[in-house]
Design a binder for this molecule. Structure first.
Ligand code: UT7
Length: 329
């Protein structure tokens, strides 16, 4: 699916993020599984990640992020009409984390639902919130992306354990005076879904219980997929919006692996200094990855009025998605 924004100008007016306090370093991981700081740094660029405390679930990470986003937008929770929460690790399947979060925030009038699209969830949620506001169904939306992947990792499997971390981010979307979102491109390939899966997590019974309940990944296949779609999706949305890669001021790819991100930036022709990188400090936080990177960019004063911001996510499904927007303060 690809589309150029045709409705009223809609943008992000508030932004927040939260990551748990507990830092897990590569050296510490090397005492848990057979790995080294050198291997992880060289293959992924990840130095450390955050891990949720035992009593913390997704909504505990999402709540401070949501408060910060509402404060940034100067919006009260009761003025939110739509709350979308993109995650693959909700507190539980139901009640939904979005409904719990709406209750915690006091967003009494909000429609709320969770959205499952792997690490691309935040991009899908952004596009859906945009569409509902553009169509006049909602005035303001709170879009949350976050995950507590540490709960669904096999802590004896070095091939996945070293890659992921926990974190969440949130944005407020509403109508503004100037164009914010310019276009979206979203896609999915269920045929490739087998390469990144969580067997035993739903209604399909799986005879062989090995790995059930834990992330299973064919790293090399996901690597090839990621390097391909980060480029093709970004290029597609730029083309559809008649924008050039030279116009991109801030590039925010899914923070999965710095090698994948560098490859995408290089193929697209985006100078590295325009790319936001925080995978070294957080690892891959799945649905939290892009909003955490957005919040980092804002904290570093890298998001200026009128800047062209390109975001591209990819992940389980397999799924991918890009958004192109002009930043509005
Ligand atoms: O949101 C999307 C989520 N997933 C991704 O983005 C993952 C995409 N894939 C990747 O980032 C890379 O494929 C990995 C970082 C997962 C792996 O890097 P690689 O360069 O593709 O390594 P590899 O899988 O080809 O493995 C090379 C070697 C293997 O040993 P042998 O067979 O050569 O003896 C692995 O067993 O590295 C070994 N290995 C490790 N060694 C130390 C795998 N994991 C580790 C580890 N520490 N943590």
């Amino acid at each position: 699916m690809i589309g150029k924004a045709a409705g009223p100008p809609i943008s992000i007016t508030g932004l927040g993020a939260y990551a748990p306090d507990r830092v897990l370093t590569n050296d510490e991981l090397s005492t848990i599984v057979d790995t080294t700081d050198e291997w992880i740094m060289e293959r992924t660029g990840i130095r450390e990640r955050r891990i949720a405390a035992p009593e913390q679930a997704l909504t505990d990470l999402a709540l401070p992020a949501a408060h910060a986003a509402l404060d940034g937008a100067g919006v009260a929770a009761r003025d939110i009409d739509l709350l979308l929460c993109a995650t693959v690790t909700p507190d539980m399947m139901f009640p939904t984390s979005s409904a719990l979060l709406a209750d915690m925030l006091g967003a009494e009038d909000a429609a709320a639902c969770d959205l499952l699209a792997g690490c691309t969830g935040f991009m899908y949620a952004l596009a859906q919130a945009y569409g509902m506001i553009a169509a006049g169904l909602a005035g303001r939306a709170l879009v949350v992306g976050g995950d507590v992947l540490s709960r669904i990792l096999d802590w004896t499997d070095r091939s996945t354990l070293v890659l992921f971390g926990d974190g969440a981010g949130a944005v407020v979307l509403e109508k503004v005076d100037r164009p914010g979102f310019l276009g979206f491109e979203l896609g999915a390939d269920g045929g490739g879904g087998v390469h990144l899966s969580l067997p035993g997590s739903g209604s399909r019974h799986i005879e062989d219980a090995t790995g059930n309940g834990y992330v299973q990944m064919n790293g090399r296949e996901v690597f090839k997929f990621a390097t391909r779609v980060l480029v093709s999706s970004a290029q597609a949305v730029l083309d559809r919006c008649d924008a050039s890669v030279d116009d991109v001021d801030v590039y925010i790819p899914h923070q999965a692996n710095v090698r994948i991100m560098d490859h995408a930036a290089q193929k697209l022709g985006i100078p590295r200094e325009r790319m936001v990188v925080n995978v070294d400090r957080y690892g891959n936080t799945s649905s939290g990855s892009i909003p955490l990177a957005l919040a980092d960019a804002q904290a570093q004063d890298r998001l200026k009025e009128g800047d062209l911001v390109l975001m591209t996510g990819m992940g389980a499904g397999l799924t991918w998605g890009s958004a192109l927007m002009e930043w509005t303060r």
